[in-house]
Structure formats: structure tokens, C-alpha cells
Design a protein around this ligand. Structure first.
Ligand code: NAG
Ligand code: NAG
Ligand code: NAG
Ligand code: NAG
Ligand code: NAG
Ligand code: NAG
Ligand code: NAG
Ligand code: NAG
Ligand code: NAG
Ligand code: NAG
Ligand code: NAG
Length: 758
């Protein structure tokens, strides 16, 4: 029945290069790292639409296996589950697969197991332990009670080094095996924040435990552009009231290309709704969980019933505790998700939705549920049990300090969250979290406001480059005491910025409020503003790759402002002079002087006096005075034009019809002469497909009607796609034009871990 191959060797190293891109199966996302490995197989295996390559091909250097002794086992019988489960690699000692990582950031790791019948090796009884960098993914798993079944485990791992090592550990005198391994880059936009706000500086590994398509059939990996599997919710659904499956056509769902990433449109096109209802009734889904572990829960919604604001508002409950209110109605067929953290105290987790008191109708719907478990770090597997207790204690400590409640509406804004918890406890304001400088320290840092150190000035006051006592270079913004507007903006900036931490937002280090001087201290951005690199004289022009990297980073910063918080933040002054670049050209969005907290639940906009910068101002906002996130999107469209054209948004020196870049570009676009406006520095050096993608995006952002403008999430996806196109052609042409410029490491959307001077 069995075939044992002669691949028994001592200390062997297998190396192979796997196809990096996989265009055919990913409609809108091309993972940079994309390893699909069929362990122990002698030939390519197709599994759910993707090709898994044998680990025995050892021609290249992107991947290797380290093992003292390994054995290939394959079954001659065709496996009814899948050909992927026809072969396996067995290890008798600790062994590892090493994957070269090209793109830092989150990756999916999927492990496939199925014991093969074999007279010499009892795989069913094997105890399987798998670790990555001190995290135990699988702990002594065995198929003893699951013979003839297979196991697929999916993890989300944040990779920050150039290698990822997956280690398999057999139990004493036994063996360990694996059938297939996937290591695949995740799109950043899927989880644009640090998932656990309690530990802002580290990322744990998460294990996917449930992923449900509610109200519809299971969706297998083949029908998801990101190869996720979605189970039907039927086995988890428990409700005392009748429920209905409702659905709409997949083509009715808005923004399908963005969506394929958060969930396949099929997930948003089906839902469960209440059949009979009165307030107080809910739809419930019950899951088994492990007590004392932290879970990340994402719930997906899409209104299929109405498009009137507040027509349907649902409450979300975790084990009966109301966590958050969700306005489902508002944008018909516009998908929406909400993230919640849950600390399990019992063996079950019940997720429920019911009509909120704010809702016009007594109905509630839900489209999808994803539940992931945080895996704790264990430093040494040998001293595992004792270490584990310690690690748990540490984690508890952090969380107890962070917050005293079990269920936290996940705000994404880790610091904002800490702040609100702290302020509840201590009733302090935002200033508590900043370092307080004395005026003397500020004077020393700026050599008593030496004009030589002046790097900027405006209505708000002046900005100096300064050096703190510890040698750190900082930017020091001094308010103009005569300007009431300036003071208001300063307070606004402190209020907002001290609550935010993201690698693409400037970080406020401290402030000084002494002798009626109001001073803000920031990390110094060595490379100045994006505008100075586009049309200033100080710098060599940026390559297209660099421009895209900067655009992506800025988009991440804005996406975080727009969607990271329960109450989103509208920047209101997005422009190239407010996108600052650090020494590595990593962009940081700056200047929150006039930013606004976004609409509360009952409004979709905030009414304000029109503020902002000419050349970037959303015409619909200008007309209606209604401010929405889409006003930032308009301004970002102007930024994209500046990036393509290398021209300022507003240029008084030009004839009237050319003064406003956006208007001028749109009129040229209509006449078909836009190409003449492109930055001559880029001509001939770039992949036009990539430029055109960004240009198309800019036109969408500049749509007159804001409902037609895309979201920041969509923008981010498109820019990443454009970068991918450019990188791909760059690889092809590498030898031809010798463009060796690197593009900025755009951050991974996690919280900035610049050193704390507080
Ligand atoms: C196996 O798949 C890889 C990647 O898809 C491909 O490059 C290779 O040619 C395939 N090998 C065979 C023997 O089909
Ligand atoms: C197993 O399946 C492959 C491809 O589906 C086929 O070529 C082969 O003949 C099958 N082998 C057996 C023993 O059925
Ligand atoms: C595997 O080992 C267990 C216990 O040692 C035994 O009961 C079982 O029959 C063995 N299975 C095979 C396929 O050898
Ligand atoms: C795995 O299980 C075996 C047998 O139950 C036990 O002896 C061993 O200590 C366990 N290993 C770990 C790492 O927990
Ligand atoms: C397998 O099932 C038996 C009987 O239900 C149980 O006693 C045993 O603990 C199970 N083993 C494992 C490893 O789960
Ligand atoms: C809802 O759809 C699922 C999956 O198609 C099905 O199993 C279930 O019976 C349906 N439930 C109702 C109430 O129609
Ligand atoms: C999944 O994809 C397959 C082939 O691509 C298709 O035949 C099938 O209908 C799809 N399933 C669903 C639920 O759409
Ligand atoms: C909820 O909405 C669905 C879809 O429109 C509808 O079929 C159902 O009757 C509604 N339930 C209640 C209780 O109104
Ligand atoms: C909302 O629904 C009404 C009636 O069904 C429809 O006429 C209108 O176009 C919809 N509005 C939007 C923005 O979809
Ligand atoms: C959650 O609900 C349980 C019982 O339903 C209650 O004991 C507990 O205090 C609640 N927790 C919070 C944070 O409200
Ligand atoms: C979860 O809640 C329990 C119950 O109070 C608490 O003891 C534990 O420390 C919490 N765990 C974490 C990881 O926060």
C-alpha cells in the first residue's frame, strides 16, 4: 500500500524557489511571499485551485528544510480528501522549514496534516508539536481520536525578519509529520492596526478558530481570493426565535475589489435576519473557546433591508454583554465590519445581535463572523509548562493595567484606548501622557529660539529644529500667543495626537505650557515634507517606487484615522506639506490642528465652518459645509496628482485656468492631454500601467459627488496594486535602466515603536 522513498539522509538541506506571484488565482491581491509546499510529494499537487510544489525540488535558495533525519511517505491509494494528503514528510527529531521572507508584515501560515496508513510508522499516534519563534502553534496534537480525518490550521504571524522558521518537534522516541505548508503574505488592509491594543509594541500570533458565512453555504478556499475557508453558520446557530436566510445578488455588493479582501462578496450577499421579533430577542451563535485566552472577533454586516440612516441599528453582544452598537443601515449594500476583543472566562462564547433601541425596525441581520485566538509566547519548549504560567501572568498583568473590563470594543487606536481607560480611573486628560518640558528645556533645545534653527512658520506659530539634553533631535512648534486660532489648534492637536499612535502618523513627544507659552515637541522628520521632494529644490526627485511607497504609508495613516476608532477622525488638512518623511522616507501624516472627530452614530457627517487649504478643498464640503471622511479622500486625490505631476496643488504664478492643479488636470483629462502634465522626471522610467492605475484612482477621489469617491481602504488596496505592478516591471528591467532606488519601508500599520522619551 505504501511507498517509502529513499530520501533517508543525515543532515540534508533542501532548497527551492517557489513561484512568487500567483496572478491567476488572486483577482486583486498578489502576495509577495507565496510558498505553497507539498511536503514529501514527488510532483506538483493542485489543491483548491492552487499549485503546491514539492519540497524535494532543491534548485534554488528561497526555502530550506533542516533535519537530521527525515523520511518521505506517500500513499499509493488516491486519497479521497485531496491529493495533497497523499504524501507527507516524517521527522524523527526536531526539524525545521526555513522560508525566506521578502515582505515584512503579517503572513498567513497554514499547516495541513493527515496521517497516512503505514506499517512502519504509526502516524495516527504521533504527538505533533509545531513552534515558530517561541510561539507554540500546535501542542502535542494527535489523531488518536480522529483517524481518517485531516487537520488544517491557520495562523496569522507578523514577520519582522527575513526568515521564518517553522519547527516540528516529535515526542520522545516518536515521530512528527506534516503534509503541506503555506506561508503567504497577507494584505495589510485586512488588519490595518495592531490587533491587541493592550500590548501596543508587540504582535502575537493569532490562530483562526472559526470563520463563518452566515445565512449561506460554506465557501471553500477556491472561491475566496485570499484562499480562506468560510463555514456555513448552521452548526453554531442557536436561537429561540425563528430566523430567515436572506440574500441579495453578489453583483449588488459595493466595492467588490476591496471586498474580496475583507471577505468574499458572497459572504456579504447572504445573512440571517430575525423571522419574528420584538425588542429583547436576539440571534445567537455559540462557540467553544478556551477560558483565560484572549480572542479577536470580527463581525461582518451589510444592509440588505434599507438604505435609510438608523432604519436598522443592531446591538452586538458577547456572552450576553452588550459591546457595541452598529448602524447597519445607511449605505445600501455597503459592507461593514466591526472588531471586538473578548477575554474568555468560560468555555463558550455566544455572539448575538438584536435590534437596538435606536433602530426604527425591530430586526437585526448578520453576514459573517471570524474568531481568532491569541497564542501566548513560550520561550523554551523544553521548560514549557513553567514558562507558560509565567507568560500568562505577564499577559494578565498588562491587560489588567490596561483595562478593568473583560469585553473591550476594539478601537484599533491602542493608545486612545489606554488613555480612555486611564482617564476613567484617574480622571486625567490627554496631557497626562505627554512629557512635560520646562520652558528652560525648550529654550536650551532651540538655543533660545535661534532663527538659524527655524524650519517653518505659519499662522499657528513657528517650528524650530531642536536638540534635547539626551541628544535626540526634535521638531519644536511654538504657538503664536497673538493668534487665538493658533491656540485652539494647539489644544486640538494635543487632544487628538496624544491619543493616536501609528507608524504613519507623526508622534507627539511632549509639550510645554509655561508662562503663557504653548509648545509642542515632535519627533524630527529628517527628510522634510513630501512637497519639498516633489517640487522643492532641496532634494533629488523621488522615483516612482518611492512615491508609491510614500502614498501607501500616508494612506495607511489616514485609514487608521478614518476607521481605527469607534469615533473616526477626519484630518481636514491633507496635503503634501502635511506628509512628512523621516530619514528612511517613511511618511508620517502631520498637523492635526483642525482635525475633527467624526460623526457619531446618529449622523453621517459633522457640520463645521469650512476650513482646510485651497487647492485641496472638497467642493461638496465647500458648498454644503458638511464634513465627511470623503473630504479627506478628495484632498488625497489632489496629493496623488501632485505626486504624478510633480506640481503644487495651487500655483499663483500660473494663468487662472492652471492655478488649481485638480481643476487643470481634470480639464486636460477631459481633453485627453493629461500626459503632458506628468512629471518629466518620471517619463520613460516607469511602468505606465502603474501610473495609470494611480491616475484612475485620483479621478475617483476627485469625483464631484462624495458618494462616488472611494474609501481609504480601497485607495490603499489600489496603491499597493500599483506598487506591485511597478516592482514587477522593475524586476524585469532591472539590468536595463539600473534604477537601484529603494522604496520606503512603509511600515506595517502597527503601532510606532520609536523610543519613548517620556
Ligand atoms: C510546478 O509548479 C510550479 C509553480 O506553479 C511550476 O513553475 C512548475 O513548472 C511546475 N512543475 C511541474 C513539473 O509541473
Ligand atoms: C490517482 O489520481 C491520479 C490523478 O487524479 C491518477 O492519474 C491516478 O491514476 C490515480 N491513481 C490511482 C491508483 O487511482
Ligand atoms: C498505532 O499504535 C497504537 C498503540 O501503540 C496501536 O493501538 C495501533 O494499532 C497502531 N496503529 C497502526 C496503524 O499501527
Ligand atoms: C506531550 O504528551 C506526552 C504524553 O501525553 C507527554 O509526556 C509530554 O510531556 C507532552 N509534551 C509536551 C511538550 O507537553
Ligand atoms: C481519546 O478519546 C478517549 C475516549 O473518549 C479519551 O479518553 C482520550 O483522552 C482521548 N485522547 C485524546 C488524546 O484526546
Ligand atoms: C440557511 O442556509 C443554510 C445554508 O445554505 C441552510 O443549511 C439552512 O437550512 C438555511 N436555514 C433556513 C432557516 O432556511
Ligand atoms: C466556487 O467555485 C467553483 C469553481 O470556480 C464554482 O463552480 C462554484 O459554484 C463556486 N461556489 C460557490 C458557492 O459560488
Ligand atoms: C427582517 O428582515 C427580513 C428581510 O427583509 C424580513 O424577511 C423579516 O420578516 C424581517 N423580520 C422582522 C421581524 O421584521
Ligand atoms: C435608497 O432607496 C430608494 C428606494 O428604494 C432609492 O430610490 C434610492 O436610490 C436609494 N438610495 C441610494 C443612495 O441607494
Ligand atoms: C457580562 O455578563 C455576565 C453575566 O451575563 C456578568 O456577570 C458580567 O458582569 C458581565 N460583564 C461585564 C463586563 O459587563
Ligand atoms: C480574563 O478574565 C479573567 C476572569 O476575571 C481574568 O482572571 C484573566 O486575567 C483575564 N485574562 C486576560 C488574558 O486578560
Amino acid at each position: 500500500m505504501m511507498m517509502l522513498e529513499v530520501a533517508k539522509c543525515t543532515s540534508f538541506v533542501l532548497i527551492l524557489l517557489l513561484n512568487v506571484t500567483c496572478r491567476e488565482s488572486f483577482a486583486s491581491f498578489h502576495p509577495i511571499d507565496n510558498y505553497l509546499v507539498a511536503c514529501g510529494s514527488s510532483h506538483n499537487v493542485t489543491f483548491q485551485g492552487r499549485t503546491f510544489v514539492p519540497d524535494t525540488e532543491f534548485e534554488h535558495s528561497n526555502f530550506q528544510i533542516k533535519a537530521e533525519k527525515s523520511l518521505v511517505v506517500s500513499s499509493k491509494l488516491n486519497n479521497t480528501l485531496s491529493p495533497l494528503y497523499n504524501s507527507a514528510r516524517i521527522f524523527f527529531e526536531k526539524a525545521s522549514y526555513t522560508f525566506k521572507i521578502q515582505q515584512h508584515g503579517r503572513h498567513w501560515i497554514r499547516l495541513h496534516f493527515h496521517p497516512l496508513p503505514d506499517s512502519n510508522h504509526n502516524m495516527t499516534f504521533a504527538l505533533i508539536t509545531v513552534i515558530i519563534d517561541g510561539y507554540v502553534l500546535l501542542d502535542n496534537f494527535t489523531f488518536v481520536n480522529y483517524s481518517n480525518s485531516h487537520l488544517m490550521k491557520e495562523y496569522t504571524v507578523s514577520v519582522t525578519s527575513y526568515e521564518l522558521i517553522v519547527t516540528f518537534i516529535p515526542h520522545r522516541n516518536s515521530l512528527v509529520f506534516v503534509n503541506a505548508i503555506e506561508v503567504v503574505t497577507m494584505p495589510d488592509v485586512l488588519f490595518p492596526y495592531n490587533l491587541n491594543p493592550s500590548t501596543p509594541f508587540t504582535e502575537s500570533i493569532l490562530e483562526t478558530v472559526y470563520r463563518l458565512n452566515v445565512g449561506g453555504a460554506s465557501i471553500n478556499a477556491q472561491n475566496d481570493t485570499l484562499s480562506r475557508s468560510w463555514e456555513s453558520d448552521e452548526t453554531y446557530f442557536r436561537s429561540t426565535i425563528t430566523a430567515l436566510n436572506i440574500s441579495t445578488s453578489v453583483s449588488a455588493i459595493k466595492h467588490p475589489d476591496f471586498l474580496e479582501i475583507t471577505a468574499p462578496p458572497m459572504v456579504y450577499a447572504t445573512a440571517k435576519a430575525m423571522g419574528s421579533a420584538s425588542r429583547g430577542y436576539r440571534l445567537n451563535w455559540v462557540f467553544r473557546v478556551r477560558p483565560n485566552l484572549l480572542y479577536f472577533v470580527r463581525v461582518h454586516f451589510c444592509d440588505m433591508i434599507s438604505n435609510t440612516t438608523n432604519y436598522m441599528v443592531v446591538d452586538l453582544f458577547m456572552n450576553g454583554n452588550r459591546t457595541t452598537e452598529i448602524r447597519v443601515s445607511g449605505d445600501f449594500a455597503e459592507p461593514y465590519y466591526k472588531d471586538v476583543l473578548f477575554n474568555a472566562t468560560e468555555e463558550t462564547l455566544t455572539v448575538s445581535v438584536g435590534p437596538s433601541t435606536m433602530s426604527t425596525i425591530e430586526n437585526a441581520t448578520l453576514n459573517g463572523i471570524e474568531i481568532m485566538k491569541f497564542i501566548n509566547r513560550v520561550d523554551s519548549v523544553l521548560t514549557k509548562s513553567s514558562e507558560r504560567i509565567q507568560t500568562n501572568k505577564k499577559l494578565k498583568l498588562v491587560i489588567v493595567i490596561g483595562c478593568g473590563v473583560f469585553v473591550l470594543a476594539f478601537l484599533g487606536l491602542s493608545f486612545r484606548y489606554l488613555k480612555s481607560c486611564r482617564s476613567k480611573k484617574n480622571s486625567v486628560n490627554a496631557y497626562e501622557f505627554l512629557r512635560h518640558f520646562t520652558l528652560h528645556e525648550i529654550q536650551q533645545a532651540t538655543k533660545n529660539f535661534d532663527a538659524v534653527l527655524l524650519i517653518g512658520a505659519g499662522g499657528f506659530g513657528k517650528v524650530y529644529k531642536g536638540k534635547l539634553e539626551n541628544g535626540k533631535i526634535v521638531a519644536i512648534k511654538v504657538a503664536n500667543p497673538e493668534s487665538r486660532q493658533g491656540l485652539g489648534e494647539f489644544h486640538n492637536e494635543i487632544e487628538l495626537l496624544s491619543g493616536l499612535r501609528h507608524s504613519n502618523l507623526v508622534s507627539l513627544i511632549g509639550c510645554c505650557n509655561e508662562d503663557s507659552e504653548l509648545v509642542l515637541v515632535y519627533n524630527y522628520m529628517a527628510n522634510g515634507s513630501l512637497s519639498s521632494h516633489l517640487y522643492g529644490r532641496d532634494f533629488v526627485p523621488l522615483s516612482w517606487k518611492q512615491r508609491l511607497g510614500i502614498g501607501i504609508g500616508a494612506a495607511k495613516g489616514l485609514l487608521y484615522l478614518h476607521t481605527g476608532a469607534k469615533q473616526s477622525i477626519i484630518h481636514r488638512d491633507v496635503k503634501t506639506t502635511n506628509i512628512l518623511l523621516d530619514e528612511n522616507l517613511v511618511p508620517k501624516v502631520a498637523d492635526f490642528g483642525i482635525s475633527k472627530k467624526g460623526p457619531l452614530l446618529d449622523k453621517s457627517h459633522v457640520t463645521t465652518h469650512v476650513k482646510g487649504s485651497f487647492g485641496y478643498l472638497d467642493p461638496e464640503y465647500f458648498r454644503t459645509k458638511f464634513l465627511t471622511k470623503k473630504s479627506d479622500v478628495y484632498s488625497f486625490g489632489v496629493v496623488l496628482l501632485e505626486v504624478i505631476c510633480g506640481k503644487p496643488a495651487l500655483d499663483d504664478a500660473l494663468p487662472t485656468q492652471q492655478m488649481n492643479l485638480a481643476f487643470w488636470a481634470l480639464s486636460c483629462h477631459k481633453k485627453g492631454t493629461f500626459h503632458e502634465m506628468m512629471d518629466p522626471y518620471l517619463t520613460g522610467k516607469v511602468n505606465m500601467e502603474s501610473v495609470n492605475k494611480v491616475l484612475e484612482l485620483a479621478w475617483k477621489c476627485l469625483e464631484e459627488r462624495r458618494v462616488n469617491r472611494p474609501s481609504m481602504g480601497y485607495i490603499l488596496c489600489q496603491l499597493e496594486e500599483a506598487l506591485h505592478l511597478e516592482l514587477a516591471s522593475d524586476v524585469l528591467n532591472n539590468n536595463k535602466n539600473g534604477d537601484s532606488s529603494t522604496y520606503a519601508s512603509v511600515g506595517n500599520g502597527f503601532v510606532d515603536d520609536t523610543e519613548d522619551v517620556v
